[in-house]
Ligand binder design. Structure first.
Ligand SMILES: [Zn+2]
Length: 438
């Protein structure tokens, strides 16, 4: 399958593309400068105006932006349009600290569906497909973005959302699903559970898998493809930038093509902020070129990858970044949900009876991420009845679930059994990084 959704843009010449990028960049910068006081203020303090950016290379004169800017501008401070022109709001997970809020105008939703249509077609989907979306719906961007893209190409969408594996398989069989979307670990979990639940995957109609929201290796891809009898591709998105639709794999499965007519991509040294040479790993940075409600300028994603401008066998001109396996910060991705250790700490510190000593243990069991939080309890808690301890444990689990959006397992341990940590990174034990499946 070698299909391209939008030949005009996906295969346009590099010179023509650069011309288009510069035109759109200058428009975006003027738009952000005039409508977002945050950008106006920061560029003014550097004595910069949009008209000073005369080439794509001039972009590096502008300061970076980051997640913290979203938090500080909570909820709508970075919007370039009044709320009456914003048709959709999404956020990052988390309820306690200010989540990242993003908004889409009518034009943005149209752009988003176009970009996700490219993603779907590059992965092998077409208008006759029945697509089962097992990404979580709600405030997160994954499900909605890909739904719009699949509807745009004329596919039939089943918004199954996550969980209830038996029901997923039931739908897959009865509704004759041909395309599955979700996190790769959930796909692998479904594959492992199917025989137990009485389903033969080879008898289903599945052809294509579009997976993302978490790091996964080529070995894991091979495993999913072999078990599910499908072709699986990686999709990449960052909600602050747009969600899914930033970049995507083609059938060549050798890096993810960035939708460069809508985003400028940079790879920088996370320490110095300087550009790194093509092929060398650094932090992915994106600038939106067409967004109306929420233009993003030099947004640091925290994701590490390298960039290549080598021509791709599929015919697309867009640069490719390598698969993202790690980050510059301590963010964990648990079943496709972003979790920061600080969020866990904040919840624990609120609850009475917990010593300030805890450890976060992340592992992958039966293809699913498991998050365990080990907590020391105060000595006066221990002689109490087991029942009380269990209630306490459930209470902590529930509070963490509310904050994180995923349910961790909480294990209470005796005082002085958890090592004393000097840095935050030591506190997290992530066996997925060495387990060979991540
Ligand atoms: Zn390609």
């Amino acid at each position: 399958m070698n299909e391209i959704w939008n030949h005009e843009y996906e295969t346009m010449g590099r010179d023509e593309l650069r011309e288009l990028q510069l035109k759109r960049l200058q428009m975006t910068l003027r738009w952000a400068y005039e409508n977002v006081p945050f950008h106006h203020g920061r560029w003014s303090s550097l004595k910069l105006k949009p008209s000073d950016i005369r080439s794509l290379d001039d972009l590096k004169k502008l300061p970076f932006s980051q997640k913290r800017d979203f938090r500080e501008a909570y909820p709508y401070g970075l919007f370039a349009l009044p709320l009456e022109k914003v048709l959709r709001i999404h956020t990052s997970s988390g309820t306690m600290s200010n989540p990242t809020v993003v908004g889409y105008s009518r034009g943005d939703l149209n752009t988003w569906s176009e970009l996700c249509a490219r993603v779907a077609v590059a992965g092998g989907a077409h208008s006759h497909d029945v697509a089962q979306i097992a990404f979580g719906y709600g405030l997160m961007t994954g499900g909605f973005g890909m739904q719009a893209g699949l509807e745009r190409i004329g596919a039939t969408v089943i918004p199954a959302s996550t969980g209830n594996t038996h029901r997923q398989l039931h739908i897959m069989k009865d509704f004759k699903t041909t395309v599955l979307l979700g996190t790769p670990s959930y796909a692998l979990y479904i594959a492992e559970a199917a025989p137990r639940l009485g389903y033969r995957l080879e008898d289903l109609d599945l052809r294509v898998g579009l997976f993302g929201s978490e790091p996964w290796t080529n070995q894991m891809r091979d495993e999913i493809e072999r078990r599910m009898h499908i072709s699986a591709t990686d999709i990449y998105g960052v909600s602050e930038v747009i969600g899914p639709g930033i970049s995507y794999e083609c059938w060549n499965k050798d890096g993810l093509h960035v939708n460069e007519d809508h985003f400028l991509v940079e790879v920088i040294d996370p320490q110095t902020g300087e550009a790194v040479p093509d092929g060398k790993e650094g932090e992915l940075v994106f600038t939106s070129l067409t967004k109306e409600a929420l233009p993003v300028i030099r947004y640091r994603t925290g994701d590490l990858a390298s960039l290549s401008y080598r021509p791709c066998a599929c015919g697309r001109v867009f640069a490719r970044h390598s698969k993202v396996y790690s980050r510059t910060d301590d963010m964990l991705i648990i079943r496709g949900v972003n979790v920061y250790p600080e969020q866990i700490e904040a919840v624990l510190m609120e609850i009475e009876g917990i010593e300030p000593h805890y450890q976060i243990v992340v592992s992958r069991e039966n293809a699913l991420d498991e998050l365990e939080v080990q907590i020391e309890v105060e000595p006066e808690f221990l002689p109490d009845a087991v029942k009380k301890l269990m209630r306490f444990q459930e209470h902590v689990e529930e509070r963490l679930r509310q904050e994180l959006g995923v349910r961790p397992r909480v294990r209470l341990v005796e005082p002085r059994t958890i090592p004393r940590f000097t840095s935050k990174t030591e506190r997290v034990l992530d066996s997925r990084k060495t387990g060979g499946t991540t």
